[in-house]
Ligand binder design. Structure first.
Ligand code: 4AD
Ligand code: MG
Length: 436
């Protein structure tokens, strides 16, 4: 009973976050978190407290805290939950610049068998422990960068006159080809799929609002097990009525420059934890080089899509992202508009990130002719009934329009300079991973 009322009291105490300590130097504060690490030497223990905003070192002396507190702290295991009351002291040598002189502490749950220890673990093990791994410094840094990427994208589009109009997740029609579709057996007499892209719906909302974007999870039953592919990923997709391939390229380079700028500005500490080479991000400034497929392909055989090694080869020639445009229509989706001068080319663009990160953006101009699209639907063996609503957009006020999709995880991996995109989403879904 006594412990309950005591814990209630300390839970009620106003919480100060480790990120706010500069405003509380000399004051007594209450920090609430988890034990990141504990060092001790005789009559002194140094619990490092992790509270989601940072890690702060606390100092508890045997003869200044109560015997109960001393017993509770001494030998406490990693990831025990605890609250600490103490005085904030500025200390240049301390990791975050501040230390806490502990006056009182309360352990909510002592832990002694946390599965992730400071020793090296294999990635498969860590991925199985993903629900806990998220607490580690590096994973925390990656996900903070992801948050900034998302925030930057939203701010950029919101400030540029785009209206958020989200697309459905359950759809009757394939957008990006039938080989990566997830079928859902639920709707009576009708096939449904998890969306591969909100684009087709964006085209409808763009005709209603002019400039729109959708931002949500998208799904690909990718059989490829690569460092760039997830089964479930988040995509931001802007779409503009009365716009061309040129407009899309201009938007893509402005948006990516903005994202890099925001990451550099707001995630200094995280980029340090990730040991990111900052100069690589500093060079992401519009305009980006543009490369016609004909010129990009010179080293490969004309007509194919680029594989990951091809993309890496092409982008290795530049220190900025490169925009490859006018791909052969045969390797692109059914909705792509064609070059009026060379009908075999699609008015599409892929933005290839440097350092081997590959395609981060794909998009282009959409076909506007009803007859042409009907042909394409048939040619791609898509069921026309499922696309009737989409074809209506070409029956009622068809206009040139264009847009793109950017994968949030690929962009985040690039910003962070990390090897695999599986670490850029809290709970990745991949060919062989549905848990945790
Ligand atoms: O190039 P994609 O397939 O384009 C589309 O889906 C268009 N309908 C988008 C549009 O124009 N509105 O995908 C766009 C981006 C890629 O450039 C990549 O960043 C990401 O989505 N992406 C993936 N990210 C992680 N895992 C996967 N399996 C991905 N597939 C695509
Ligand atoms: Mg693509």
């Amino acid at each position: 009973m006594a412990t309950e009322s005591k814990s209630l009291e300390i839970t009620k105490a106003r919480q100060t976050y480790s990120s706010e300590l500069s405003k509380h130097v000399g004051e007594e504060v209450v920090l609430k978190g988890w034990l990141y690490n504990l060092r001790s030497s005789g009559k002194i223990v140094f619990p490092q407290l992790r509270d989601g905003t940072g890690i702060v070192q606390c100092v508890a002396l045997r003869n200044t805290v109560s015997p109960e507190v001393w017993e509770a702290l001494k030998g406490l295991g990693q990831e025990s939950s605890l609250m600490v009351r103490g005085t904030v002291r500025a200390d240049e040598r301390a990791p975050g610049g501040f230390e806490i002189d502990v006056v009182d502490a309360q352990v909510l749950q002592p832990v002694h068998d946390y599965p992730i220890t400071p020793k090296e673990h294999g990635t498969e093990f860590l991925m199985d422990q993903r629900h806990l791994w998220l607490r580690s410094r590096r994973q925390h840094a990656v996900l903070k960068v992801r948050h900034t990427v998302v925030q930057a994208v939203r701010n950029f589009l919101d400030n540029d006159g785009f209206t958020l109009a989200d697309a459905p997740i359950l759809t009757p029609a394939a957008c990006e080809g039938t080989t990566t579709l997830f079928e859902v057996d639920y709707f009576a007499g009708e096939k449904a799929y998890l969306t591969q892209s909100g684009q087709l719906y964006n085209e409808a909302t763009a005709a209603a609002f002019g400039k729109v974007y959708c931002f949500g999870p998208t799904f690909r039953a990718e059989k490829s097990k690569t460092r760039r592919h997830l089964t479930e990923f988040w995509m931001v997709e802007p779409e503009m009525a009365y716009a061309s391939l040129e407009d899309v390229m201009a938007l893509a380079e402005r948006m990516l420059s903005h994202v890099a700028e925001r990451v550099l500005e707001n995630r200094v500490e995280e980029l340090k934890v990730l040991e990111r080479n900052i100069s690589k991000l500093e060079s992401i400034i519009a305009p980006f080089p543009r490369l016609h497929y004909d010129d990009a392909v010179s080293r490969f055989e004309w007509g194919g899509d680029f594989g990951a090694p091809d993309e890496s080869y092409i982008s290795s020639k530049f220190d900025k992202p490169v925009m490859v445009h006018h791909y052969p229509a045969a390797v692109k989706a059914f909705y792509m508009a064609r070059d009026p001068e060379r009908a075999e080319l699609a008015l599409g663009v892929d933005v290839l990130a440097p350092e081997g990160y590959g395609e981060v953006i794909g998009g282009g101009e959409r076909a506007t002719s009803l007859e042409f699209l009907k042909e394409q639907v048939a040619l791609h063996e898509l069921p026309q009934e499922a696309f009737e609503w989409y074809l209506d957009l070409r029956r009622y006020g068809s206009v040139p329009h264009a847009g793109f999709g950017m994968g949030i995880e690929r962009c985040t991996a690039w910003m962070c300079g990390i090897e695999h995109i599986r670490e850029t989403v809290p709970f990745p879904r991949m060919l062989y991973r549905i848990r945790p």
